[in-house]
Ligand binder design. Structure first.
Ligand code: MLT
Length: 312
């Protein structure tokens, strides 16, 4: 534990359970990463690190919970790329992404996969594209709410194909897998940290990865470029946030625990099975995370404005 200086010296940090707010549904990609990290960080910090799912509105309900929490290091947000798109998408976002949070460090860059219900009448990406673009097609695509990673990928796919699809919002991508397996939903683009086990068991049909190279965990799955859609490239970055004003020694202790967890053999192995990797130590820092967050907020603003999609 670290001792806190001066007026902040309420004791040593941490001395009780830390909660990671997961802004999406239990069992999904964010939740999977939070549970892996929580366990390993807890071992380093000497306290329990538990997850709580606070879902809705593309992750912004969970964001609001953390923005309004005490600045004491006991409430963390595990946010993905959507943290940086929310300020452009939500006109009435109840917090300011750049002012309401302090960054702790980047966690993992996760590839995505284009997956469909198992009985979709297409065997590969070119056939899927032809099916999606057939005259009179009525296709739906699931996502985890405006600005979520799956929503960004679905938006990119629709713009690349220039074909209408009906987006359907869920509280995370875990429930989307259930709908795909039941054949009630056609398609989604979701992170490997959720989809790999479903793809390996043929419970959903996979068409492409959104990476430049094939994934070691899914060697038979072509890249989108191999399937004729080179523009479908997305990687989903993740980071830990605490409420702004958290004492620097507390942030540093959390950041150190993050780096220890990312080097943990169990975490490295599980991430590899799920086709992702831990961020290197020099990116799992408050400064590297802050720099990426600022760059991403600026990068997405014009893209989202030109797409003209907003939520109030
Ligand atoms: C989830 O945890 O359900 C996903 O990360 C949501 C998303 O697509 O951003």
């Amino acid at each position: 534990p670290v001792s806190l200086p001066g007026a902040q010296a309420q004791g040593r940090f941490p001395d009780r359970t830390i909660t990671i707010i997961v802004p999406f549904a239990a069992g999904g990609p964010t939740d999977v990463v939070a549970r892996q990290l929580g366990e390993a960080m807890g071992r380093d910090l000497g306290v329990s690190v538990v997850s709580e799912n606070v879902t809705g509105a593309g992750g912004t309900i969970g964001g609001q919970r953390v923005a309004q929490a005490r600045s004491d290091g006991y409430t963390l947000l595990l946010g993905n790329i959507g943290v940086a798109t929310a300020p452009s998408l939500y006109r009435n976002l109840p917090y300011d992404v750049l002012k309401s949070f302090d960054t702790v460090g980047l966690i993992t860059p996760v590839p995505m996969t284009l997956v469909a219900r198992p009985n979709i009448p297409a065997a590969n990406l070119p056939e899927l594209v032809a099916w999606l673009k057939r005259p009179g097609a009525e296709v739906n695509i699931g996502h985890a709410g405006l600005g979520s990673a799956s929503h960004l990928c679905a938006t990119l796919l629709r713009s690349l194909l220039q074909t209408p699809m009906t987006p359907i919002a869920f509280r995370g991508t875990a429930p989307i897998m259930t709908e795909l397996m039941a054949g009630r939903l056609d398609l989604t683009c979701d992170q490997t940290t959720n989809t790999v086990p479903y793809i390996q068991d043929n419970r959903v049909r996979a068409f492409a990865t959104t990476t430049d190279q094939r994934l070691a965990a899914l060697p038979n799955l072509p890249t989108a470029a191999e399937g004729g859609l080179p523009g479908l490239t997305v990687t989903v970055w993740h980071g830990f946030y605490v409420p702004a004003g958290t004492p620097r020694p507390v942030i540093d202790r959390l950041s150190q625990a993050l780096r220890t967890a990312l080097a943990d053999e169990k975490v490295v192995t599980r991430f590899a099975e799920l086709a992702t990797t831990p961020e290197p130590a020099d990116r799992a820092t408050p400064e590297a995370h802050r720099a990426l967050l600022e760059a991403e907020v600026a990068r997405w603003r014009p893209i989202i404005q030109s797409a003209g999609e907003y939520a109030d």
